[in-house]
Design a protein around this ligand. Structure first.
Ligand code: GDP
Ligand code: MG
Length: 367
C-alpha cells in the first residue's frame, strides 16, 4: 500500500499568520522534493488566501460556505480530489480563524473513519505574539469574560503545539509574558516561538509536523451557545471587483489608503477590525495586503511598485461590526477614492454576512 498522506491542520485566530506559515512550510517542503497541497476554508466564497497561495504556484483546494467541521463531507471530497489529482505527500489545511472544537469535530472523525488514508500531524495552533496580550487584557483568556475570549481560549486549549508567531515583532520580555499566559491556558502544549516573516524556527516546526503524530486526547468542553455567540458577533465581507483609471495609479498607495480608510470607518462606527485582507493584481503580478489593526498599518507580502491603469481586487474583511455596516464602510471609502483617483469600478461580486451558528457534522468527544 502507498504511504499515507500526512495531514497537518494549522489553526489559530483570525490574523495569527496561518496562511503565511502554510505558504512558508509549503515552499520549504517543495524544496525538499515533497509534493504539497493546501486546503483553505471560509464561511463565504472568493478568498484572498486561495488566490495568494495559487499565485505562488502551490496547489490549493477550498472548502467554502462553512468551516471544516460543519462542512466535513466537503472537506473529505476536497481531500479525495487532491489525493487523486495531485497525489501529495503532505496536505496543509487552514481552518477558519473563528473556528474551534476541531479535536471533536475534525480530528476524531478523521481518526475513526479515515485512518487508513491519512496520518495526522500534531494539531498546530498559532497565536500572534504581538496581539495575544491585548486580547488577554480585553477578554481575560484564563477566565474569559466575553464570548470571543472563550473562543480564543478554546483554540489555545485544544492545541498540541502552540506556534508563537510574529516573534520578530516582540521583545524577549514580552515573549516571556506570552509564554506564561499560554502555559496558564494550556499546560500540555509544546510552545514553539516562530516567525513566518523571518523564517525563524520554521524548519524545526516542519520537522515536528512531518515526523510526529497527533495522539488521542479528550476534546475540550466547548459551550456551543457561547461559541455561536462569539462567531455571530463578527461581520464578514467577501468581495471582488476591477479598478480602472485614465491615468496611472500607484497600486500600493491606492491600496494602503483604501484599507486604512475602511478600517478607520469601521472604528468610527464603534466596530473593530479583526483582519482586513486583500489580494490585488496588475500586469506586473499580484500581492497580498493585510491590516490587523490601525497601529501596525498595512503590510504587503511583496511589492508591486509599477504604476498601473487597471487592477483586480479581492477583499475579505472580518470585523466586530454588523455586516451591513462593513459594506457601508467599504462603499463609502471606494466612493471617496473614485473621486480622488478618478477611477471606475466594475465586475462586482460582493457579499457580507454573519457566520452561521456552528453545527458540526460529527462531534465525537474522544479523539
Ligand atoms: N511581522 C510579522 N507579520 C506576520 C508574520 N506572520 C504573518 N504576518 C502578517 O500577519 C498578517 C496576517 O497573516 P495571515 O497569514 O493572513 O493570517 P491568518 O489570518 O491567520 O491566515 C499578514 O499581514 C502577514 O503578513 C510574522 O511572523 N511576522
Ligand atoms: Mg488565512
Amino acid at each position: 500500500m502507498a504511504d499515507k498522506v500526512k495531514l497537518a491542520f494549522i489553526g489559530g485566530f483570525l490574523g495569527a499568520g496561518k496562511t503565511s506559515v502554510m505558504i512558508e512550510l509549503g515552499k520549504r517542503l517543495t524544496l525538499l522534493g515533497k509534493r504539497v497541497a493546501l486546503i483553505t476554508n471560509d464561511q463565504g466564497e472568493v478568498l484572498v488566501d486561495t488566490k495568494t497561495i495559487r499565485d505562488l504556484g502551490l496547489p490549493c483546494a477550498e472548502v467554502l460556505k462553512g468551516c471544516f467541521c460543519c462542512k466535513f463531507p466537503d472537506f473529505i471530497d476536497s481531500l479525495h480530489e487532491i489525493l487523486a489529482k495531485i497525489k501529495p505527500d503532505v496536505i496543509l489545511a487552514e481552518p477558519v480563524g473563528s473556528c474551534t472544537d476541531l479535536l471533536a469535530t475534525v480530528y476524531a472523525p478523521l481518526r475513526k473513519y479515515y485512518k487508513e488514508e491519512i496520518s495526522l500531524s500534531p494539531f498546530l495552533v498559532l497565536v500572534d505574539a504581538s496581539a495575544i496580550l491585548n486580547y488577554n487584557k480585553k477578554f481575560n483568556l484564563i477566565l474569559p469574560r466575553a464570548p470571543l475570549g472563550f473562543l480564543i481560549s478554546w483554540q489555545i486549549k485544544e492545541a498540541d503545539i502552540i506556534g508563537i508567531n510574529k516573534l520578530d515583532l516582540v521583545k524577549n520580555s514580552q515573549l516571556t509574558e506570552v509564554k506564561n499566559l499560554l502555559n496558564d491556558i494550556n499546560q500540555e502544549a509544546e510552545l514553539v516561538p516562530l516567525s513566518a516573516k523571518t523564517g525563524y524556527n520554521l524548519d524545526e516546526l516542519m520537522k515536528i509536523l512531518m515526523e510526529r503524530e497527533h495522539h488521542t486526547r479528550s476534546s475540550i468542553d466547548v459551550d456551543y451557545d457561547l461559541y455561536g455567540t462569539a462567531e455571530i458577533d463578527l461581520g464578514w465581507f467577501n468581495g471582488s471587483w476591477k479598478v480602472t483609471c485614465e491615468n496611472n495609479i500607484r497600486p500600493e498607495e491606492f491600496i494602503t489608503e483604501m484599507m486604512t480608510e475602511i478600517a478607520r470607518r469601521i472604528e468610527s462606527k464603534g466596530g473593530q477590525v479583526i483582519h482586513l485582507k486583500l489580494n490585488f493584481s496588475t500586469m506586473e503580478g499580484s500581492a497580498k495586503a493585510s491590516l490587523i489593526n490601525l497601529e501596525q498599518g498595512v503590510g504587503f507580502t511583496n511589492t508591486l511598485s509599477s504604476p498601473s491603469k487597471a487592477m483586480d481586487i479581492i477583499m475579505n474583511v472580518r470585523a466586530k461590526l454588523d455586516p451591513d455596516g462593513i459594506t457601508e464602510c467599504v462603499f463609502e471609502t471606494l466612493k471617496t477614492l473614485a473621486l480622488k483617483y478618478k477611477v471606475e469600478y466594475s465586475d462586482w461580486s460582493v457579499k457580507s454576512f454573519r457566520p452561521p451558528f456552528p453545527k458540526p457534522y460529527y462531534r465525537l468527544l474522544k479523539t
